[in-house]
Design a binder for this molecule. Sequence first.
Ligand SMILES: [Ca+2]
Ligand SMILES: [Ca+2]
Ligand SMILES: [Ca+2]
Length: 276
Amino acid sequence: MKPTRPLLASLLATTLGLCALSAHAADVTFTFTNLAPPGGVGVAPLWLGLHDGSFDSFNAGSVASGAIERAAEDGNANVLTSDFGAQAVGGLQTRLPGGPRFPGATSSFTLHNVDLGGSNRYLSYAAMVVISNDFFIGNDNAKQIDLAALAGGGSLSLALGGAGQVWDAGTEVNDFHDSLANGAFGIGGGQSMANQGTAEHGVIHAVLGSPYADFAGAELVPVNFDWAPLNFNANPAFGRLDISVSAVPEPETYAMLLAGMGLMGVVLRRKAAAVA
Ligand SMILES: [Ca+2]
Ligand SMILES: [Ca+2]
Ligand SMILES: [Ca+2]
């Protein structure tokens, strides 16, 4: 029987269609860029988790978990990482490499075999903001950032740390004597070891207004210190997270692709024989 062009087109379409349907593993590259002006805030290595919507790292108005306390006070996401590992079944997580990112700096990492169509569709992030005692950025709503639409590939940019979007963990009193990263800003004193400072016994709340107006230890700040770059509530968002997704065909997809190509080869050979 002589195959027709529509049959060949149909085979090709079926092969490509099967590839598209089964392409639910992806490589996801995260790139954080600190957009603050010179002299603006730094951001600790960003923690990122991809989960099914069940992992909620914090609630505004509630006492912070030990994981958020350590992340917000010391820039240390170790407890957050272990909590996520224990609670987020099928979840994937990473911390962007390197140290704190100051204005103009970037950091990037790729997670492989991510199922954005299923168990990894929701993104959670968290990182300490410095200079501070316990300021951090993160999403309260575990399902706020849904990446399912990127499962087949694509990209998305998120603005992080806009006005009113930095949290005070409510765990450490705001005091330059025990704050982190003072040296990077030319401010004296500061934390010399982890978990140093006075317990606040408060709840997680948004940092509003001039962020450093209520800090104790003002005597450690140089005279005529320029607060404008650090006033993140008066500046545009200080962070951008670029998410780039490329779908990876799975082994069975390759098998189907090869089977489809083999079938097309048979058809083409029969067609050639029929023409001869
Ligand atoms: Ca929450
Ligand atoms: Ca505080
Ligand atoms: Ca401290």
